[in-house]
Design a protein. Structure first.
Length: 318
């Protein structure tokens, strides 16, 4: 059974109190995930500015290390610091996603990076079908095609159909983040969210420590913008945000999580516009609109499924 088919969000008429509690947990999880989008969306510009003074993989390594130490102190005695398959898989996907995104930010704009990263949303249900060997549904395919068309409008340059280096790297980032959402959704119900969040960040930090010194030439200038970026992303956008996600995905589905995360590129564009005066071209705006349409089309599948389950639950209780 796929995560989308699990009866987590809609109890089958076991009682109004149980249904009410489940709904409250779902709304709290959704609100917490929406809070993550505010944090992540508002840090694109900050990270892009910091990368002018620090090499990208070193930045990620320090960021994940700060988050790991913070959670190790916070969850001392509550989380087991023992490598688990779920934590390692999630950590590997997480590191890959941020690696592609951070390097890509050096060759593209913050708003374009955020919108292309949003392609992870329609990719989640499609990758879920591959992982669980289920057939993709019409809305999933339609949403993916719509979002892909939007990505093309945003990233294809001129008449030669060339994709910029930063845009391509960010596309790989979207695939990795989609895999991360699925991995967290799968393992969050099998281990405690404290252990999952701690181990995945520790795994990401270990990958950074093992690669930054030979993949790139480490460079760092300890300017205020670098210190601020490392502190804010390490504590808020990493330690806090991924602990919240590990908890929230116990009460919601990967597709629902992905849809809520579609708010991130919008917030990133607003931040870029407010701080840098960055304006998308008409073509890029059209592409961004298609990406968001693709995201919403994918969610229509869940809405219809929820209505069907609700009707089935009501009938079973008669």
């Amino acid at each position: 059974m796929t995560p989308e088919g699990e009866g987590i969000l809609l109890p089958d008429g076991a009682g109004s109190q149980a249904a009410s509690r489940a709904m409250v947990r779902t709304w709290r999880a959704d609100a917490a995930l929406a809070g993550n989008t505010v944090i992540w969306g508002s840090t694109f510009v900050l990270v892009q500015a910091a990368l002018k003074h620090i090499s990208p993989i070193l930045f990620l390594t320090i960021r994940f290390s700060i988050a790991t130490f913070a959670l190790a102190l916070l969850f001392r005695g509550r989380a087991r610091f023992v490598p688990t398959r779920g934590g390692v898989v999630a950590g590997g996907c997480l590191f890959a996603g941020y690696l592609f995104q951070t390097v890509g930010l050096q060759f593209t704009t913050a708003s374009k990076s955020a919108f292309i990263t949003g392609l992870a949303i329609p990719l989640v249900p499609l990758l879920t079908c591959l992982v669980y060997l289920s057939r993709p549904r019409f809305f999933e395919l339609a949403g993916a095609l719509c979002a892909t068309a939007g990505m093309g409008l945003m990233t294809l340059q001129g008449g030669n159909l060339a994709i910029g280096r930063g845009d391509l790297l960010t596309l790989f980032c979207a695939v990795a983040f989609a895999a991360h959402i699925i991995a967290v959704g799968h393992y969050s119900r099998r281990v405690s969210f404290e252990s999952l969040s701690l181990i995945q960040l520790a795994a990401a930090a270990a990958l950074g420590l093992g690669t930054f010194w030979w993949v790139e030439t480490p460079v760092v200038e300890l300017k205020p913008i670098v210190v601020a970026a490392l502190g804010l992303t390490g504590l808020l956008a990493t330690a806090l945000a991924f602990t919240v996600q590990a908890w929230a995905q116990q009460h919601t589905t990967p597709t629902r999580t992905a849809l809520i995360y579609s708010l991130e590129p919008v917030i990133a564009w607003l931040t870029s516009f407010w701080l840098l005066g960055e304006i998308l071209s008409r073509r890029a705006v059209a592409g961004a609109g298609l990406i968001l349409c693709g995201i919403l089309i994918v969610e229509l599948k869940r809405t219809q499924s929820a209505q069907h389950l609700s009707s089935g639950g009501a009938n079973s209780g008669v």
